[in-house]
Design a binder for this molecule. Structure first.
Ligand code: NAP
Length: 498
């Protein structure tokens, strides 16, 4: 078994000061109607790389949280009537502020979530791009005009903001999952209440303050942080003033929220879990496939809905691929995300390390071979090493569960039909990847894969200008791209008698 031996270098003595200053810059209260207020309770935010408490933030109860929807509802008419150009310019200012303050926002994200600083910088850039994209979309909301087939009337079709929105985001992309919802909501003329994950509230709290400076009017964006998500969000979802629920998180929670939203027939967008297959055909450029697998597996330390969960390699090249991937994974430095060169940061919490440990144990118990890592690390924080397993049998628990850790699970297939059948044998359908140099196969398999997105000879698909989303139990709706704003618009048809 090869071990990951690289060590990350440590920063200068001023690093703790930089970290404290970044955390101290974040407002920690409940944000409603443009006002920051304290709540009766607070909750700690931990650094997953040390388990230490970074700060305390508001832990709102249902009554305190009600102020956020009150504010969003009160601001709705004014924001909807704000000229699209003005909404666009506010979004453009927010984009520029995020770019200017990228270093501070990235450090806050790394401290609360653990991802390497280089990835956090990438996420800040990605998150900011949603504001730029939707600043451009805000002034392109179109409509329609046509003559009725009978010729006796005219049809006007208008697009109107859906109304106050509830936005719920996960911890794994603390900033981008927020801007991917807030950007189109603002562009469409919707106000919102955003609830970030309790593990990572700081990125969204910092963003709220940036939005304030960018000129977002009071009440247009409101933030509630809480450790009691269910108790706090249920009354807000059932409140008839809420017109839209946009959720990113697990399929399990998504399903329960869909049931709740059904009570008021609320519009919903659901970006849920995945179980991405990563297919490597014998005719693939193996170097490109290895780099693609590395990107699709190790981004966010494997904690991504788009993570390559099942790596399926055609049997004739499987050993060569596994060797090359193992070599590359063994080179990845492990450590705190703030340290230079680190790629393998901590997992989000102790439970995540336990889950990955159990999944690897189960796969090994069923006959998988450990080529790298495979055992938890004895050090403070929630670390699990880069791990490669080969010969993973289909019955292994990790083939049907999101691993959410740095574990590459490799299995083999013989034919294209078999590869497609295995790839589609899951209730999820977020993203699939395939590597081949045969163009016809590339198109054929891309269309046969049951997924909302396909990475054809690419290990990364996310782009603010592209429609992100899944099929089957991976969700409903699309974020980003030209369709992203549709999720926040209603269509109104006016029949004009002549
Ligand atoms: P999660 O447990 O479903 O939580 C997501 C969010 O929902 C958090 O803010 C959470 O708050 C909140 N929440 C939980 N239960 C709730 C309830 N009963 N009512 C209202 N809100 C509730 O997911 P996670 O562990 O944070 O994120 C990982 C999951 O997200 C994975 O399954 C991943 O695949 C998925 N994901 C999907 C996409 C996509 O675009 N498709 C992107 C990223 C992640 P608390 O933090 O307080 O629990």
């Amino acid at each position: 078994m090869t071990q990951s031996t690289s060590q990350a270098t440590h920063h200068s003595a001023s690093q703790p000061d930089r970290e404290s200053a970044a955390i101290a810059s974040v407002p920690t209260g409940l944000y409603a109607g443009g006002r920051w207020s304290t709540t009766a309770r607070t909750m700690p935010v931990h650094d997953p790389s040390t388990s230490e408490v970074l700060t305390e933030v508001a832990d709102a109860g249902p009554e305190e949280a009600a102020a956020t929807l009150d504010a969003a509802a009160a601001a709705q008419a004014g924001w909807a009537a704000t000229p699209p150009r003005e909404r666009s310019e506010i979004l453009a200012r927010a984009y520029r502020l995020m770019v200017e303050e990228a270093e501070r926002l990235a450090l806050i994200m790394t401290l609360e979530m653990g991802k390497p600083l280089a990835e956090a910088r990438g996420e800040v850039a990605y998150a900011a791009e949603f504001f730029r994209w939707f600043a451009e979309e805000a002034v392109r909301i179109d409509g329609g005009y046509m003559t009725a087939p009978a010729g006796d009337s005219r049809f006007l079709v208008a697009r109107e903001p859906v109304g106050p929105c509830l936005l719920i985001t996960p911890w794994n992309f603390p900033l981008a999952m927020g801007t991917r919802k807030i950007g189109p909501a603002l562009a469409a003329g919707c106000t919102s209440v955003i609830k970030p994950a309790s593990h990572t509230p700081l990125s969204i709290l910092a963003l709220a303050e940036v939005l304030e400076r960018a000129g977002v009017p009071d009440g247009v964006v409101n933030v509630v942080t809480t450790s009691r998500s269910n108790d706090v969000m249920t009354p807000l979802i059932l409140d008839p003033r809420s017109r839209k629920l946009s959720f990113t998180g697990s399929t399990e929670v998504g399903k329960s929220l869909l049931e709740l939203a059904a009570k008021t027939v609320m519009r919903t967008s659901m970006e849920l879990g995945g179980n991405a297959p990563f297919l490597v055909f014998a005719d693939a450029d193996l170097d490109a496939a290895v780099e693609g697998a590395l990107a699709a597996k190790m981004r966010n330390i494997g904690q991504a809905c788009t993570a390559a969960n099942r790596i399926l390699v055609q049997d004739t090249v499987a050993e060569e691929f596994a060797e090359r991937l193992t070599r590359r994974m063994a080179e990845l430095p492990l450590g705190r995300g703030v340290e230079d060169g680190v790629v393998v940061g901590p997992l989000i919490n102790a439970g995540a390390v336990d889950k990955v440990t159990e999944l690897v144990g189960d796969a090994v118990g069923r006959g998988a071979r450990v080529r790298l890592g495979g055992e938890r690390i004895d050090r403070p924080g929630h670390f699990y090493p880069a791990t490669v397993l080969t010969g993973v049998p289909a019955e292994a628990e990790l083939c049907s569960t999101e691993i959410f850790g740095p574990v590459a699970a490799i299995s083999t297939f013989e034919t294209e039909e078999e590869a497609v059948a295995i790839a589609n044998d899951t209730p999820y359908g977020l993203v699939s990847y395939l590597f081949t140099t045969d163009l016809a196969r590339g198109f054929r398999v891309s269309h046969a894969l049951e997924a909302g997105m396909v990475g054809l000879n690419r290990g990364v698909v996310s782009n603010p200008a592209a429609p992100f989303g899944g099929v089957k139990e991976s969700g409903v709706g699309r974020e980003g791209g030209f369709s992203g704003i549709d999720e926040f618009l209603e269509t109104k048809y006016i029949s004009v008698g002549l």
